[in-house]
Every structure is written in structure tokens, then in C-alpha cells.
Design a protein around this ligand. Structure first.
Ligand SMILES: Cc1ncc(C[n+]2csc(CCOP(=O)(O)OP(=O)(O)O)c2C)c(N)n1
Ligand SMILES: [Mg+2]
Length: 361
């Protein structure tokens, strides 16, 4: 039996009519039969949706860099190299329902949890309609209330005690949603992280603290950040589970995240989930990483890029053809074009809006 395959569902779900072609619903994957409808135990449909989500984030991220270099946006901070881990964790969640407290590098994850490319573009352009803050926050300080994505604060790690609070509230209310929050490995040296993990252990909170370990805190390498090889080694000090996985492998990460979420949802407490990733770009649009990373180091990073790795794996398994990949890519680029053009043409916020939601009338 052939499996019906519909990447188009992603365009439909994103609510973007310019990219949704109903005829695509009829497409049937010929390369895959029932016997190979799973890869490493995961359904093919799930893996293809994860791949599409990674590709969407990558294309949107690339466009942001171009817009920055053209002087059209003021700032960009990139998630390239983190996409496999972020998408895998998002897909292990009840997306849009579980609480999510992201950090600035989580573009792939907020997209997978329900933000659209247009939402993101309105934010980077600082335009009216930006759901994160109406153009008042820095770019990449994501939030979307309708999808339970909480606002990012600029001081790193502040989201971790907030996530512990959200998880505690959920527990007190007797709900079954979990809270997921992300931060970089460097940020685990902030007091906020330790206070939050202490609470998570003592109160057995339904919390997953994801550490996206890309080996750098701006220019500071991992060995100068902490005297232990793995961030997850810290977990036992708080009485929570500690797990480290290869965040370049979306399947391994999905499994680890699913297990952590299942444990948290069923009352088993929190997990500190460390995902090893690579930061393929400088820290931000305003950083020159040639000052602290050699050309050879950067070339080596490219070999680890999770996007072509996953694409190759799907192709080797006969799940994704060159032609299908090209079509998907074209559709995603259309979506990014639409988001970019719409956001660029959108009006800036009114001046009064700057103080509007801060002070009572
Ligand atoms: C409390 C605080 N101190 C310093 C900064 C400046 N700062 C922003 S990002 C960053 C590095 C964070 O590195 P890491 O946690 O490893 O995350 P990554 O950027 O590598 O994803 C620093 C020092 C900040 N935003 N907040
Ligand atoms: Mg880092």
C-alpha cells in the first residue's frame, strides 16, 4: 500500500494561501511502501514534516541575514545549526498547547510551535502586527500568546525560573501540560538557572530545560565556561534527570525529548536535556567570529550542518526524492518571499504605542 504524503499540509496549516495548492494533497509517494513507512521506528510523515520545518527555518534565517546586510533590518541572531534539535523537541511536544519559553536562537522551534514566517518577519522589521511585541522588543524576542509561547527577556536565563513558575502553576492547577524552556550552555552559569533547577527538583515540576550547547557563549569556548564536560552533569545536583544527546540528529533528539516530556507529563518530574549542536554563524549579525574561530574550525562545522545530513539520510532511505525536495524548497521560498514582502510593506507602529502597554492610563 502506498502512503499518502502531504507536505502541503504545512503550507495549509501556516494559513498562507499563497503557498497552498490543494492538488498537492493528491500526491502519492511512490518511493515508499508500507514496509519502509518508518525510519528508525519513526513514521515517515513525521520525519518529512520535521525536515520541512528545518528547511523553512533555514530559508527564513538566510533571508534575515540578507536583509540585515542590505541595511533593511537592524539586527539578526541566527539559529543555523540548531534546527534539527529545535524541530525535534517541538515535534515531541503538544505544539501550541504545552508551555514554551524560548530564547533568541529558537526560530525553528517557534515556527514549529505555530508562529508563521510572517510573524517572524514582522518582528525583525519591527512593524505593526508583530505578535511578539508590536515592534517594541528586539528582533528574535519571540512570543505568541495563542500558541503558549512566552515572551523572551534579553537577560539570559531569566526564562528558566519563569518556566519553573509556569510548570508549578500547571501542577497546582492539576493540568497535564508541560513547560519547555531553552537556553544556551553559557547561560547555565547564571544564578537564575540554578534557582530554577532547584525548584524543579524539590517540587518535581513538569519541566524540560533544554540546553542548546553550541560550544560557545559569544566568543568564549565551552572549556572556559565550566569545568565539566557535560552540562547535564549538573542535573544530579538538583535531583532532576540529566540527559545529553546529539542535537544534530533529529531522530535521537526526538526520542530523548519525547521520553522527557512523557515523564514530566505523568508526574515523574523535570529533565535537563542537553543537545549538542553547532553554531554555523557568528553569534549575531554584529559579531565577527573570525577573531576567535579559525577558517578550519568553521569549515569543520559546515560538515556537521544538520540540514544536509538529514536530507541525505531521508534520500538514502528512499523517503525523499531530489524532485520532491526541490518542490518543497520552492514552496518554502515562496512563503518566505511573501512574509518578507508583506512585512517590509507593513506600517511601523504609532509613536504612542511605545509607552502604551507599559504604563496605565
Ligand atoms: C545576564 C546577561 N548577561 C550577558 C548578556 C549578553 N549575552 C547575550 S547572549 C550571550 C551569550 C550566551 O551564550 P550561550 O548561553 O551559550 O547561548 P548561545 O548564544 O551560544 O546560543 C551573552 C553573554 C545577556 N544578554 N544577559
Ligand atoms: Mg552557546
Amino acid at each position: 500500500m502506498m502512503r499518502r504524503f502531504n507536505l502541503n499540509r504545512l503550507a495549509r496549516d501556516s494559513g498562507d494561501p499563497t503557498t497552498y495548492d490543494p492538488r498537492e494533497e493528491q500526491m502519492v509517494m511512490t518511493a515508499v511502501d508500507a514496509a519502509t513507512a518508518t525510519l528508525d521506528g519513526l513514521p515517515v510523515d513525521l520525519l518529512l514534516e520535521m525536515y520541512a520545518a528545518m528547511l523553512r527555518a533555514r530559508r527564513l534565517d538566510e533571508r534575515c541575514w540578507i536583509l540585515h546586510r542590505q541595511g533593511k533590518i537592524a539586527f539578526h541572531i541566527s539559529g543555523m545549526g540548531h534546527e534539527a534539535a529545535q524541530v525535534a523537541i517541538a515535534f515531541a511536544m503538544r505544539r501550541g498547547e504545552d508551555h514554551f519559553l524560548p530564547y533568541y536562537r529558537d526560530m525553528a522551534m517557534v515556527l514549529a510551535c505555530g508562529m508563521t514566517p510572517l510573524d517572524v518577519m514582522l518582528g525583525v522589521f519591527g512593524k505593526q502586527g508583530d505578535p511578539s511585541s508590536g515592534g517594541r522588543q528586539m528582533p528574535e524576542h519571540y512570543s505568541l500568546k495563542s500558541k503558549n509561547i512566552y515572551s523572551v527577556s534579553s537577560p539570559v536565563a531569566t526564562q528558566v525560573p519563569q518556566a519553573a513558575g509556569v510548570a508549578l502553576a500547571e501542577k497546582l492547577k492539576g493540568g497535564d501540560r508541560v513547560a519547555v524552556t531553552c537556553l544556551g550552555e553559557g547561560s547555565t552559569n547564571q544564578g537564575d538557572f540554578h534557582e530554577a533547577l532547584t525548584w524543579a527538583g524539590v517540587h518535581k515540576l513538569p519541566l524540560i530545560v533544554v540546553v542548546e550547547n553550541n560550544d560557545y557563549a559569544i566568543s568564549v569556548p565551552m572549556e572556559k565556561q565550566m569545568a565539566i564536560p557535560r552540562v547535564s552533569d549538573r542535573a544530579s545536583g538538583y535531583g532532576v534527570r540529566g540527559v545529553t544527546v546529539d542535537g544534530l540528529d533529529p531522530i535521537e533528539t526526538y526520542r530523548a525529548a519525547k521520553e522527557a516530556i512523557d515523564i514530566a507529563r505523568s508526574g515523574g518530574g523535570a529533565t535537563l536535556l542537553e543537545v549538542h549542536v553547532v553554531r554555523l554563524t557568528p553569534h549575531s549579525s554584529d559579531d565577527d567570529d573570525s577573531a576567535y574561530r579559525s577558517k578550519e574550525d568553521k569549515a569543520a562545522l559546515k560538515i556537521s550542518d544538520p540540514l544536509p545530513k538529514f536530507r541525505g539520510r531521508l534520500m538514502d532511505a528512499g523517503i525523499l526524492s531530489q524532485q520532491r525536495d526541490r518542490k518543497l524548497d520552492e514552496r518554502i521560498v515562496d512563503e518566505v518571499n511573501h512574509a518578507h514582502q508583506t512585512a517590509e510593506a507593513a506600517p511601523y507602529p504609532n509613536v504612542e504605542w511605545a509607552a502604551g502597554p507599559v504604563y496605565a492610563a
